[in-house]
Design a protein around this ligand. Structure first.
Ligand code: CXF
Ligand code: ZN
Length: 388
């Protein structure tokens, strides 16, 4: 079939909304009509080259070329058709995408760490998780990648059933889209990886979609003091509505604040989710972390960032933990329903996170708003009725 999507043709190029050819789903695959897609900063990192490289560079390194590529890894939609062997889904089912495909059988899935699934770890490699070939093609017949095996910035996409989680059809699909990336990544960073507990002091650096979910996790888990750090006045004000008890415009400002709030003890749990992690971001986070506390690097850095500076002696003697995380160390198949339960009960605010909605054709406008810090989350809505 012929459908439309937002395609990147190379590093630094704008999103190009074009028609493309989509094959029918093969064994283990599903055709989805997308309903809504969150505009995550990771897609912007693909555009800027922080999370991608030009085709000639990839070729020279003997790695698969990334462009052209359909963007979007935070989506929800409705199943249109299933391929052979797909038994858990049928046309009409509502689904949330998972940018980590989960096979359910590998050592990691079997031991409760779906976020580390062997098939999911190929998220940046073009081609289907099923057999590595392409279902998406340009009109000239070239294979078209679909970001993280999802391709949420398209009216329709074909994904492996392992990239989908079925959800209750009563859940609004535009809120559900956020549960594909921002929500598990931010919530899990705070709740799972930093293990925030009732009465704790928590700090979140960077209050975009992911950071705001870390703020919400701290509130839901009962943190006593939640400090939201962001240079944007709009995001600081928003953070107060999502549960932050205090705000600071910079990490330096937050150090003074947290020292006062904790009588010098500092924070139990720190999540780093700025728009781009820099070489000095971990040091800023560790300066806010108490002895024995945990600082989690959640935000993306440039792939060229290969070293970071922090005071290693303080780190060792103060028994601190510096942790990385993918998908907030969450399991899509059990945690997506759990997060949607929290949404249903009114504890997890998702509708409020969607600052602006855009049509697919407005995608460059949406990303310009992201660059200007105008949105907590911008969301592309494909069909107003279906996504409501
Ligand atoms: C990213 C990680 C790289 C692939 C796209 C998703 N994670 C969160 O935004
Ligand atoms: Zn994302």
């Amino acid at each position: 079939m012929r459908t439309r999507g937002a395609i990147l043709h190379g590093v630094g190029k704008p999103w190009s909304v074009e028609e493309f050819e989509l094959d029918s789903p093969r064994a283990g695959e599903v055709l989805v009509r997308n309903a809504a897609a969150g505009m995550c900063h990771s897609d912007e990192h693909i555009l800027t080259g922080d999370l991608s490289a030009p085709n000639d560079v990839m070729k020279a390194m003997g790695m698969p070329e990334m462009f052209p590529l359909i963007g979007g890894h935070e989506g929800s939609g409705v199943v249109v058709e299933v391929g052979d062997g797909v038994t858990d889904l049928e046309p009409g089912d509502h689904v949330v995408m998972s940018f980590v495909s989960t096979c359910g059988r590998c050592r990691w899935c079997a031991s409760g760490a779906q976020y580390l699934c062997d098939s999911g770890s190929l998220t940046m490699v073009p081609g289907m998780p099923t057999d590595g070939t392409f279902r998406h093609h340009t009109l000239s017949g070239q294979g078209l990648g679909h970001l993280s095996k999802v391709g949420a910035f398209a009216e329709h996409t074909v994904v492996a059933e392992t990239s989908l989680v079925k959800i209750d059809p009563d859940i609004p699909l535009r809120a559900a889209a956020l549960v594909a990336c921002a929500v598990p990544t931010g919530f899990g960073s705070m709740a799972n990886r930093a293990n925030v507990r009732g009465g704790d002091t928590a700090v979140v650096i960077g209050c975009g979609g992911i950071g705001m979910c870390a703020v919400q996790a701290a509130r839901i888990r009962g943190a006593a003091q939640i400090v939201a750090v962001d240079p944007s006045e709009f995001k600081r004000q928003s953070a107060l509505e999502f549960g932050a008890t205090h705000t600071a415009a910079s990490a330096d400002e937050a150090v003074e604040l947290v020292r006062d709030l904790t009588r010098g003890v500092m924070a139990d749990a720190v999540v780093l989710a700025p728009s781009l992690v820099q070489h000095d971001t971990p040091a800023a986070g560790l300066a806010l972390t108490r002895k024995g506390g945990t600082c989690v690097i959640t935000g993306m850095s440039s792939q060229t960032l290969t070293s970071i500076d922090f005071n290693v002696q303080d780190f060792t003697l103060m028994n601190k933990t510096l942790a990385g995380t993918i998908l907030g160390s969450m399991n899509p198949r059990s945690d997506v329903p759990m997060l949607l339960e929290l949404y249903g009960s009114g504890q997890l605010k998702l509708d409020e996170m969607i600052t602006t909605t855009y049509s697919l054709d407005q995608i460059n406008e949406g990303y310009e708003d992201l660059r200007r810090d105008r949105n907590v989350r911008g969301v592309i809505v494909f069909d107003e009725e279906v996504s409501a």
